[in-house]
Write a protein that binds this ligand. Structure first.
Ligand code: 0PR
Length: 390
């Protein structure tokens, strides 16, 4: 147990102790983190972040310029997702973004409606949102391509439905739901439609630019009301940096809280947090401006090349196979002949930080993953499979 000392310790002593205490953490440089959606932040963000440590977006009266930069950042994300006039915020992550989307959807419905239709593959942040907002998630089964089943989604609509949520890049497999069809259904039934592109929002636009066949998934779809898109995942921004974008600024009014004692009585919050990090949001602004479309396209292209390398390697190993052909830089590995849980356990023993989802191992080929890491992962996977088949 650690107590608060009466007299503090010198900085150098603390820094040394910190180095030793933090040794237990995995590091991105080690190449062993192959199951995370986060990555080493871009080095340029370090100086920007430090420069802006004091900025508080919760007080727009004091930090007017920072607030303007947040809106410029939202504009850049909006332009990435086919709607430069989108409104929204840089928030603490995909969880907060999803909660905000359902909060808006619930308040816009303003009646006895209580249900939100999501695929079973939806991220657990939506369970948190539902619990907080007193909503009920109606979980729809997946089709053979691990996407939300459109027919079942439509059948699930009742007079209680507040919203439909589709995912552009599922947590487990990076699958994109049939969003054009879901958008149509939402329009026909006049239901709020949210797209969780926390991961895919920084991948799909660039895959498209690289010539891949990517169906519409963003504000191009007329039914889409809001999108989650997280800079602290494939955007390479320091944690915490999520993004929530709304089609119309008016939508956010439904969750607006006036803060009468700030900014001459004009301050309004449309986020969950009050005091919130200007540094995070400004770091995203700087990074988007620095990397541009070209920078992100290069990043995505490299991650996809390494994903193909991983896929080829998995295909060569007897005993394991792909859950499905990857859509983005995320691969599900399963086995029809052995317990995949044991495979994951053995890989962990060998030092690999893989994620285990029901029935498969998830590998996310994030920008910190190098070709040599893929090679050594494949080697260990092969050794593990051999060992378990004996
Ligand atoms: N939406 C989707 C589709 C997600 O996959 C996630 C997180 C969220 C929303 C919530 O985002 P925040 O975690 O930013 O609130 N998915 C990651 C995952 O489950 C979260 C994560 C990230 C977990 C890095 C571990 C890790 O090392 O993988």
């Amino acid at each position: 147990m650690m107590k608060l000392y009466e007299k503090g310790l010198p900085e150098n002593v603390i820094l040394k102790e910190l180095d030793s205490k933090l040794k237990e953490d995995f590091t991105y440089d080690s190449g062993k983190i192959v199951g995370s959606m986060c990555t080493q932040p871009h080095p340029f963000t370090r100086q920007v972040y430090l420069k802006c440590l004091k900025k508080n977006l919760g007080d727009p009266g004091l930090f007017k310029a920072s607030s303007k930069l947040e809106q410029e950042t939202v504009g850049m994300l909006g332009s990435l997702l086919s709607h430069p006039d989108a409104s929204g915020h840089i928030v603490s992550g995909g969880t907060e973004a999803n909660i905000l989307a359902l909060w808006v959807a619930r308040n816009l419905a303003r009646n006895k409606r209580r249900e939100v239709i999501v695929p079973v593959s939806a991220h657990c942040s939506l369970d948190k949102a539902a619990d907080l907002l007193n909503l009920e998630l109606v979980k729809v089964k997946l089709n053979d391509h691990f996407q939300m089943d459109v027919k079942q989604a439509e059948d699930a609509i009742t007079e209680k439905t507040v919203a439909i949520v589709g995912v552009a890049g599922t947590t487990g497999l990076g699958v994109v739901d049939p969003l054009p069809e879901l958008s149509e259904i939402a329009l026909t039934h006049n239901i709020y439609f949210h797209v969780d592109a926390a991961f895919g929002g920084f991948v799909l636009p660039f895959l498209k630019e690289l010539g891949c066949n990517v169906p519409d998934f963003d504000f191009r779809l007329p039914g889409v009301c809001s999108i989650t898109v997280d800079p602290h995942k494939m955007g390479l921004a320091p944690i915490p940096a999520g993004g929530i974008l709304f089609r119309d600024a008016d939508m956010m009014k439904s969750i607006s809280t006036r803060i009468p004692y700030l900014a001459g009585g004009r301050a309004e919050h449309t986020t969950i947090l009050g005091t919130r990090s200007g540094a995070s949001s400004i770091a995203v602004w700087a990074l988007l401006t620095h990397l541009g479309r070209q920078g992100y396209r290069g990043l995505v292209s490299r991650c996809m090349r390494l994903t193909s390398k991983l896929v080829e390697g998995i295909r060569r190993i007897d005993g394991v196979c792909l859950v499905t052909e990857p859509t983005m830089n995320m691969v599900g590995i399963k086995s029809d002949v052995m317990d995949i849980q044991l495979v994951a356990q053995d890989l962990r023993r060998r030092g690999w930080a893989v994620s285990l989802l029901p029935g498969y191992i998830r590998v996310v080929v994030m920008p910190h993953v190098k070709s040599s890491h893929i090679e050594s992962f494949l080697q260990d996977l092969e050794n593990t499979v051999k060992k378990l088949s004996e």
